[in-house]
Design a protein around this ligand. Sequence first.
Ligand code: C5J
Length: 242
Amino acid sequence: MASEKYPASSGTVAAEPGPIDLDWSTTALLIIDMQRDFMEPGGFGETLGNDVSQLARAVKPIAAVLNAARDSGMLIVHTREGHLPDLSDAPPAKVERGAPSLRIGDPGPMGRILIRGEAGHDIIPALYPRDGEIVIDKPGKGAFYATDLGDVLRQYGIENLLVCGVTTEVCVNTTVREANDRGYRCVVLADGCASYFPEFHEMGLQMIKAQGGIFGWVSDSAAVLEAMRPKVSSISAAGGAR
Ligand code: C5J
């Protein structure tokens, strides 16, 4: 008896409101805004008064799925929220909002807050994009607004998105709503998302999967890894597959 491993070309992901079959060749991993500006002290998130340590829990689950996606050759897309140095793509309504300790464009410990090219705008080292992975810079909360994400996904024939990142109820939720309206099946990884407000994380996920999955599915990293795991088939010495 011989044993043969082969990569799964598709898999069924345990999810809510129900399992979903995904063809991995038409599926991309979309990692939203895992930037130092949101994740680390001194960045945009903290200037708004948030406890950035709340977001750290998403890093390991994302890294596990990112590694599996890299091994399988899946299309990987990272996004970064931020603005041009002259702020020409930053609406005054966004820049002037609230009473942050530093506003978008102000100099902070990781460079100018939420500005492209600054250290704080970049992705955290643990999830840093590799050559060949796509990085989409976006000025808004949704990853489709004012970006070429739609064109990129069309070019690669993508129909399904595994979505993770921060924050659950803001940029993840906005992007999943945009993607759903464009016809993508979105599976959001609950443990691969996080919010500064745990209750918003929970409600952000509930909103996606309620009403029979009103704009997507919710799963987790373990379920996705299980669905992606290469299957083992036993082949008898006589050559008959069992
Ligand atoms: C926010 C984001 N929360 N990436 N951005 O302003 O969710």
